[in-house]
Design a protein around this ligand. Structure first.
Ligand code: NAD
Length: 490
């Protein structure tokens, strides 16, 4: 059944003013939602309304603990609607229902965390260097824009909306064109939780139109972007013209390292989860597995046995490991990469094709795929595929291993599997990535900052400091005596 979706734009539930379009359920290609894209004029209306609303006493005069109460209510609202939100996210991007539930729970946790941050944040009395008092206080940046991708919408949006509201900003969210529903639902919950009209708007539509206009708008004082590296670079260029801060959470080609002494079963389970969960449509997917030569064959045979056991199936089933890819166009791109890997001399050890028959033929499914025999310099090992494709690479010398891991444009995440904590520390410190997992992978905590280095991005989300990204600092000097100023008239 196709549902008509309206959006919250400048405080009103309505259709955006642009052309109508539909979204599809990746499992079977059925049309599930119909909505209107926003226009450049809608962007202006939403931003103007946000600027007006943020300056009204109803938001501007709310004390941090009062904003914290609002965030707690949003967290509660998400929890009360957790199952329906998870089901909507499944329809939006085809993620298995269990993963959707985990993302919804993490979104609620994000609002709870930033509520605590808002309420407990302390401005500073800085050490005075004379007979005066110096204070550093934080103030909201103003209207901020959030631009998000399709792979984990509710989590990406919560990570921007929660600190923005905690800091006292207003936010205009531009979700991915094909996955608009989580942002719309978060806006609904925010409104029901007491966020004043105009403070949150959601603008569905194309990045090149809506996203671009949001970035360029003079009243938008910050862009929090999650998405591809090329788009992120374009946003950074435009931001330079306004001297506007951005956070850019971009792509990855993350290495996972299996050392000779690793617990192989644990490592196999971690490597397959790291690459094949979310069908590999994850910025932190561990897509290059470097396995010590002495355990390479043993690891490979256990890995292939484990991959055979993965259930590629309907995302509505509780037992599904891997659902479909987000759409056919993206599956075609993954297929082209696997073909490229073959052309570059790689051997496909498993997968390398679409599953056949039944609903597989309607949806955009692809098998979990493992390839060996490629050098780290092959394009398939250098470029982000954003799909269920793992390259296996043997290693034997630690210095060479580190230089291969780092010989990549990206630097988002990495994993190390070893029983030797000193080796884990040594290797982990040498890896050029924003996150290092040791004997685990894809664990996340909202209290720990997240972000990349190199072409994986700049800025950090999450962590207590995450709230600061939405503030500006103001310094106060209070004279404490009546001593005449140097140029005072005598
Ligand atoms: P994308 O860059 O194509 O789109 C992301 C968002 O940017 C969408 O909302 C899109 O409409 C918008 N956009 C596109 N062109 C724009 C423009 N010119 N101006 C402003 N906005 C524009 O990415 P995607 O295909 O939706 O998502 C996949 C990418 O996201 C992958 O590269 C993945 O690694 C990355 N990602 C990164 C993280 C992270 O935290 N580092 C997390 C998830 C996804």
């Amino acid at each position: 059944m196709t549902e008509h979706i309206q959006t919250l734009l400048a405080g009103r539930w309505r259709d955006a003013s642009g052309p109508s379009y539909t979204t599809e359920y990746p499992h079977d290609g059925s049309v599930v939602a119909q909505l209107h894209a926003a226009t450049v004029a809608d962007v202006d209306e939403a931003v103007q309304a946000a600027e007006k609303a943020r300056l009204q006493p109803a938001w501007a005069k709310r004390m941090p603990h009062e904003r914290a109460s609002v965030l707690h209510r949003i967290a509660q609202g998400i929890r009360e609607q957790a199952e329906s939100l998870a089901q909507l996210q499944r329809l939006d991007n085809g993620k298995p229902i269990k993963e959707c539930r985990a993302l919804v729970a993490s979104a609620a946790g994000t609002f709870q965390f930033f509520a605590a941050a808002a309420e407990t944040w302390e401005d500073a009395v800085t050490p005075a260097r004379g007979d005066f008092l110096t204070l550093s206080v934080h103030e909201p940046l103003g209207v901020v824009g959030a631009i998000t991708p399709w792979n984990s919408p509710i989590a990406s949006e919560a990570q921007k909306m929660a600190p923005a509201l905690a800091a006292g900003c207003a936010i205009v969210i531009k979700p991915a064109e094909i996955t608009p529903r989580m942002a719309v639902e978060l806006a609904r919950i925010a409104q029901q939780s007491g966020v004043p009209d105009g403070i949150v708007s959601v603008l569905p539509g194309k990045g090149s139109v809506v996203g671009d206009a949001l970035v360029r708008h003079p009243l938008v004082k910050r862009i929090a972007f999650t998405g591809g590296t090329n788009v992120g670079m374009g946003i950074q260029r435009l931001a330079a013209d306004k001297l506007m801060p951005t956070s850019l959470e971009l792509g990855g080609k993350s290495p996972t390292i299996v050392c000779a002494d690793a617990d192989l079963d644990h490592a196999v389970a971690g490597v397959i989860y790291g690459i094949f969960s979310s069908s590999g449509e994850s910025c932190i997917a561990g897509s290059r597995a470097f396995v010590h030569a002495s355990v390479y064959e043993a690891f490979k045979s256990r890995l292939l046995a484990a991959v055979k056991g993965l259930r590629v199936a309907d995302p509505a089933l509780e037992t599904t490991h891997m659902g479909p890819l987000v759409n056919r166009g993206h599956r075609d791109s993954v297929e082209r990469y696997v073909q490229l890997g073959r052309d570059e001399g790689g051997r496909v050890l498993c997968g390398g094709a679409r599953p056949q028959g039944g609903y597989y033929d309607q949806g955009s499914y692809y098998q979990p795929t493992v390839i060996e025999g490629l050098p780290n310099t092959a394009r398939m090992c250098r470029e982000e595929i954003f799909g269920p494709v793992l390259a296996l690479l043997p290693w034997s010398d630690e210095a060479d291993l580190i230089s291969q891991c780092n010989d990549n444009d990206y630097g988002l995440a990495s994993g190390i599997w070893t029983r030797d904590y000193k080796a884990a520390w040594r290797i982990g410190r040498a890896l050029q990535t924003g996150t290092v997992w040791v004997n685990t992978y894809k664990l996340f905590s909202v209290s720990t900052p997240f972000g990349g280095v190199k072409l994986s991005g700049t800025g950090r989300e999450k962590g207590r400091q995450g709230i600061l990204e939405y503030t500006t600092q103001k310094s106060f000097y209070w004279g404490m005596n009546d001593a005449p100023m140097p140029w005072a008239l005598s």
